[in-house]
Design a binder for this molecule. Sequence first.
Ligand SMILES: NC(=O)c1ccc[n+]([C@@H]2O[C@H](COP(=O)([O-])OP(=O)(O)OC[C@H]3O[C@@H](n4cnc5c(N)ncnc54)[C@H](O)[C@@H]3O)[C@@H](O)[C@H]2O)c1
Length: 340
Amino acid sequence: MKALITGISGRVGANLAHQMKVRGYEICGLVMPNDPHAAKAERLGVEIVEADLADAERVRAAADGVDVIVHLGAQIPQGTDPSERMLDVNTRATMSLLEGALTSSVPLKRFLLASTYQTYNPFITRDVTFDENTAQQPIDIYALTKLLSEEICLSYMREYGTPVTILRYCSIKAANEVLGMLHPAWLNYFIEMTLSKNRVPWFGAEHIDETKAIMSELLKTPDAVCAVRDADGKPWQLVVTDVRDVAAGTILALESEAAVGEAFNMTGCPPISYPSAARLLADATGRPYRDVQMPFWRGAGASTEKARALLGYDPQWSFDRMVETALAYERGQPIDQIPY
Ligand SMILES: NC(=O)c1ccc[n+]([C@@H]2O[C@H](COP(=O)([O-])OP(=O)(O)OC[C@H]3O[C@@H](n4cnc5c(N)ncnc54)[C@H](O)[C@@H]3O)[C@@H](O)[C@H]2O)c1
């Protein structure tokens, strides 16, 4: 079984490719020109094709002759790129792959799209858990490009019978990323991003000044680990997924007939509160633990019930276990994943 994996040099791609190789798949990985992580992809020992996802001709060609396509390649932070570039890389490429599959010398057995729970809009202050039937209401360009990709996949299934599966991932971390989590600059990134380009702040315009003042104080301790609660003392919830759970769940979806035409939330173990996660990180690293009170709440989660019931998805890597692996990685011990 030959698989094309786009985004093979990424967090998920490298781990998935490794696991699929072990299961006997022949892998071809799509890597973008000048990819800073190209060496990681090369170390996988698989066939590599070089193409920018926005290059429709090359992307179509890459889809020829493969049995399955796992489309992980995407631009995630928009940075200073124009929104149209995000649309080309994240959405138009989905169509190019599907078009390539239509004229392929081999009938495509599965097209798997990596989407995101951000399509539900988790930037809300209400305590909700999204399931696959929750209305999708993207509030940024990235989530919009993913929702459009989902629709393209489902249209190709209706029009051409292309067997598609959509996975909505969420906040995935590899071992080398865990110990640095919950630092003030990361928190600030989400605040600043929300306020850039005159966006309407999802946490309420009336909280902007107070939020900025809290952040400016916090940023004086850059290595702090932030135990965030809202104004009533309710802890924020950290929704996080270990890359190993995502790789295992993705293979389950790829190999399940029941997954054809379906979308699944694929998040990790149940969320952990910020204070509990912060305590684990502070104890593991010696970083200073800081209680932080924000004027709003954050932590909407996603139900994995459907993936559990239909695919047998069973995430194993709770946050404390992720921290254990991260510490092992830091000590130079062998770990069962490829770091980002
Ligand atoms: N990481 C998360 O928390 C998360 C959450 C939800 C959804 N997702 C989705 O899951 C997928 C995998 O995520 P990841 O964490 O491995 O991301 P990643 O950023 O580690 O990997 C993305 C890959 O896409 C490739 N890529 C980016 N721009 C490209 C271009 N123009 N041409 C060709 N390749 C290009 C990168 O080189 C990289 O290999 C992505 O589609 C992402 O949108 C990720």
